[in-house]
Design a protein around this ligand. Structure first.
Ligand SMILES: CC(=O)N[C@H]1[C@@H](OP(=O)(O)OP(=O)(O)OC[C@H]2O[C@@H](n3ccc(=O)[nH]c3=O)[C@H](O)[C@@H]2O)O[C@H](CO)[C@@H](O)[C@@H]1O
Ligand SMILES: C=C(OP(=O)(O)O)C(=O)O
Length: 427
């Protein structure tokens, strides 16, 4: 199992290229299932989750080729097996995104239930409820969602869908399903994340009729057929945010090429309040920081976009650990997303958790140790802590990190960090 070895204490400088967003690429790979024509996606990040999604669609009979420049060509013209098996779904929850497109195009689908994961139970009841409102018959048997249209029907029906909470992949499933449904679908309480907007823009290129994406009310006029398209995946705001926190903590000056400041308002506001200089510039974002110990810890509360993203909570918490002062971090999206706390404490941080709130007493000098990654963003927070800790930090189980970051250690090394991958070591 691979690990990351970090020798802390170096400031960061130079330029880093932000990759395409995992959370846009995954639904967009599934959108290719909606048509029998070829789809080309550019700027697809090199991630384990993307490899898993490619395996999943190939298993259905889709032709999918990826080149070294981040372009993926998909052809779902000969798709013969509209099924997402447990073996693949269990390693990547986003496989549930196959359900909407398969059902909409083929009238039936079999998708494994994803099950819980480290950060929470993460049910898919809202996905099921919404697709049922569109006329699908869905039963759960032997761990699978078996979905089909009622006898005599060939298409899903447009519907008004009001979910109990804002759900990102739920909104994406409904968008894709509604694109091929009969009549109009109204998504109320829709997620507004930039990845939803990017998916909607791709679907529009495919011939879908969508309005209101980027707001809480999306209107979709179903069409009979979608065609192929060419689309570039939007830049990964969470990868960019992670690098911003890394530079804030380690100190230095870095240009993040392709980063979108307009997608990172909540995080950038907090970084500025902490004392960093963050500027949107032509082609990206520039950050300068005097280093974590010269910054002020920031309280924040995770909420749906455009609020502070839950996917940035762990990384900002690592920064708070070394900044001055005490700050409360409140996690409102997932019930178990403080798994990094105990590992940060092993590096010398002072953090007290009470339910949804973690109170970080900053100003601690961290000292390197062996720590264990427990989930994707927890891994990133440990890397940030390792960059500022005294001595060596070994981050174990980085398969979590590889699920969602495109060669993170190479990018950090390019900025001057002392970080290396230790391959194949037994854990
Ligand atoms: C691939 C992808 O894009 N993943 C992102 C997506 O996950 P994902 O789409 O899975 O997260 P959701 O927005 O659906 O989850 C929000 C909340 O709703 C709950 N819920 C959701 C659906 C449902 O049917 N029932 C239910 O109870 C979840 O357990 C969670 O507490 O949005 C999350 C919230 O921004 C991010 O952390 C993930 O990185
Ligand atoms: C939680 C995340 O992803 P996923 O929904 O794919 O588990 C994430 O990207 O931080």
């Amino acid at each position: 199992m691979d690990k990351l070895l970090i020798r802390g204490g170096r400031t960061l400088g130079g330029e880093v290229l932000v990759s395409g967003a995992k959370n846009a690429a995954l639904p967009e790979l599934c959108a290719a299932l909606l048509t029998d024509q070829p789809v080309t996606l550019h700027n697809v990040p090199r991630l384990q989750d993307v490899s898993t999604m490619l395996k999943l669609v190939r298993n259905m009979g889709v032709t999918a080729d990826r080149d070294d420049n981040g372009t993926v060509r998909l052809d779902a013209g000969a798709l013969s097996n509209p099924e997402a098996p447990y073996e693949l779904v269990k390693t990547m929850r986003a496989s549930v995104l196959a359900l909407g497109p398969l059902l909409a195009r083929f009238g039936h689908a079999k998708v494994s239930l994803p099950g819980g994961c480290a950060i929470g139970s993460r049910p898919v009841d809202q996905h099921i409820k919404g697709l049922q409102a569109m006329g699908a018959e869905i039963v759960v048997e032997h761990g699978y969602m078996l979905a089909k249209l009622p006898a005599g029907r060939t298409r899903l029906q447009g519907a008004r869908i009001l979910t109990d909470m804002v759900t990102v992949t739920g909104t994406e499933n409904f968008l894709m399903a509604a694109a091929l449904a009969e009549g109009e679908t109204l998504l109320e309480n829709a997620a507004q994340e930039p990845e939803i907007v990017d998916l909607a823009e791709m679907l529009i290129k495919m011939g879908a009729k969508i309005e209101g994406h980027g707001t809480g009310h999306i209107r979709v006029q179903g069409v009979e057929k979608l065609h192929g398209c060419e689309h570039a995946v939007v830049a990964d705001r969470i990868e960019a945010g992670t690098f911003l926190c890394a530079v804030a903590a380690a100190g230095g000056e870095v240009f993040l090429r392709h980063a979108r400041a307009d997608h990172l308002d909540a995080v950038i506001d907090k970084l500025r309040e902490a004392g960093c200089d963050v500027k949107p510039v032509d082609g990206g974002v520039r950050i300068a920081s005097a280093g974590g110990a010269r910054l002020k810890a920031q309280a924040f509360r995770t909420t749906e976009y455009p609020g502070f993203p839950t996917d940035m909570q762990a990384q900002f918490m690592a920064l708070n650990c070394v900044a001055q002062g005490t700050a409360a971090v409140t996690e409102t999206i997932f019930e178990n997303r403080f798994m990094h706390v105990n590992e940060l404490v092993r590096l010398g941080a002072t953090i007290h958790v009470d339910g949804k709130v973690a109170v970080v007493e900053g100003g601690t000098a961290l000292s390197g140790a062996t720590v264990m990654a427990t989930d994707l963003r927890a891994s990133a927070s440990l890397v940030i802590a390792g960059l500022v800790a005294d001595g060596e930090t070994m981050v174990d189980r980085i398969y979590h990190l590889d699920r969602g970051y495109d060669r993170m250690e190479a990018k950090l090394r390019g900025l001057g960090a002392d970080i290396e991958r230790v391959t194949g070591a037994a854990s």
